[in-house]
Design a protein around this ligand. Structure first.
Ligand SMILES: [Zn+2]
Length: 402
């Protein structure tokens, strides 16, 4: 039985005065003043802000809440090392339960979509994929999950991954992942990218790779990915996560790479909290922030968004699956002070991530599916400032959390 709702008096970003939102049969039917509420359940918005549901474009549900034994050095290398020891022996129930816990938090905080990278390699094979597919099914139409098949150990260094990724694409994964900087040389990184493009083309799938997640300025695989994207005519279908090394490159080389990224229409995902936490570990003062060149990428017209990456695990001991928390960090760390830049930061895990995830039905507009969250704030800047705890979440026209 569809729920019909009238949400009274909410602030919307494109309107100057509070408006009512009528929801019928799962869709936004109308936005206006003093709408008729007959036959509807009424929510008094009392001037709260109505935002489209958030999108988390980069997460790892397969290692959510995996934090024993602890990562004492706090480095990415130790996290990967401990995870490698644990992942082959984890039970399906453990992976499933922890993934569901993370997705419940995402829902509670007003996130409607999560793109999740799942390790596929000679250690874990498809072991982590199956419980993640199960969690995806459980949350369908609440938090929709896109699964990326992620060869974390490389595909030249770990050749079994090539077949496993293809198997994963037939068993629930829909996006081809990658991590070219995991290979032993730039030559192998280029082979890595080429092999994964071929798999993506075979399955007509988008690509989302972990790229240069290191401070090392010699890690130059983003340029290789941009060149491969142009060569394969995959413009707009490729996403690069992290891209930390871009921040360490000399300015002239960085500008050259950004130009190619823009030409290839690569979406960039920064994972600001985790990058801040894991990068710069070898530096003495000043310690690099590890976050990619967000401002420069934006200025070049690149679609930049931000992701949570991890929650309470070996890679990052904190996190709440709250995209409002994540969105605040680029405004602080990447120096985005102007009102329109703050608005951009809020849009990163919304409209811009919708482009990354290819979501066509997105936004609070008549005719669109009613996917929105009410926040105790009057505008985007205030939402970032106050980080309001109360979230009233509508998904496909139903009240799913409040
Ligand atoms: Zn990641």
């Amino acid at each position: 039985m569809p729920e019909n709702w009238l949400i009274r008096q909410v602030c919307l970003e494109n309107y100057t005065a509070p408006m009512d939102i009528a929801i019928r049969d799962g869709k936004v039917k109308e936005i206006g003043k003093n709408l008729d509420g007959e036959g509807c359940q009424i929510v008094n918005g009392s001037g709260m802000m109505a935002s489209p549901l958030f999108i988390d474009p980069h997460h790892h549900l397969d290692c959510a809440f995996l934090n024993e034994p602890p990562n004492l050095s706090g480095t990415l290398e130790e996290a990967i090392h401990i995870n490698a020891q644990l992942k082959a022996n984890r039970s399906d129930a453990d992976v499933y339960e922890k993934a569901c816990r993370a997705l419940n938090l995402a829902l509670y905080n007003g996130t409607g979509w999560v793109r999740s990278h799942t390790d596929i390699d000679s250690i874990s094979k498809l072991k982590l994929l199956h419980p993640i597919v199960e969690a995806k099914e459980k949350f369908r139409r609440l938090v929709d999950v896109q699964i990326v098949a992620f060869p974390q150990l490389g595909v030249v260094a770990d050749p079994q991954s090539v077949d496993l990724i293809q198997q994963a694409m037939q068993e629930g994964a829909e996006i081809v992942g990658g991590m070219p900087h995991a290979e032993a040389s730039l030559e192998d990184a280029a082979k890595h990218i080429e092999l994964l493009f071929r798999i993506a083309e075979k399955f007509n799938a988008d690509i989302d790779m972990h790229v240069d997640e290191t401070d090392d300025p010699a890690s130059r695989t983003l340029e290789l990915l941009a060149e491969a994207t142009l060569k394969h005519c995959y413009q707009g279908r490729v996403t690069a996560g992290h891209c930390c090394a871009l921040a360490s490159y000399p300015d002239d080389y960085a500008s050259q790479v950004i130009e190619k990224v823009a030409m290839a229409q690569i979406n960039i995902v920064t994972n600001p909290l985790v990058n801040l936490y894991l990068q710069g570990r070898q530096d003495r003062q000043p310690v690099r922030r590890g976050i990619t060149r967000v401002k420069q990428l934006l200025q070049a017209g690149v679609n930049v968004t931000c992701g949570s990456d991890d929650i309470a695990n070996l890679f990052f001991p904190f996190g709440r699956m709250d995209m409002l928390e994540i969105a605040m960090i680029p405004s602080v760390v990447s120096h985005l002070p102007r009102p329109e830049e703050i608005q951009t930061a809020v849009n990163m895990p919304r409209d811009w991530a919708a482009r990354t995830l290819n979501l066509l039905d997105y936004g609070i507009i008549p005719g669109a599916s009613a996917n929105l969250v009410l926040l105790a704030a009057t505008n985007a800047q205030e939402a970032l400032q106050l980080q309001p705890a109360q979230r009233i979440v509508f998904r496909n026209g139903a009240l799913v959390s409040n």
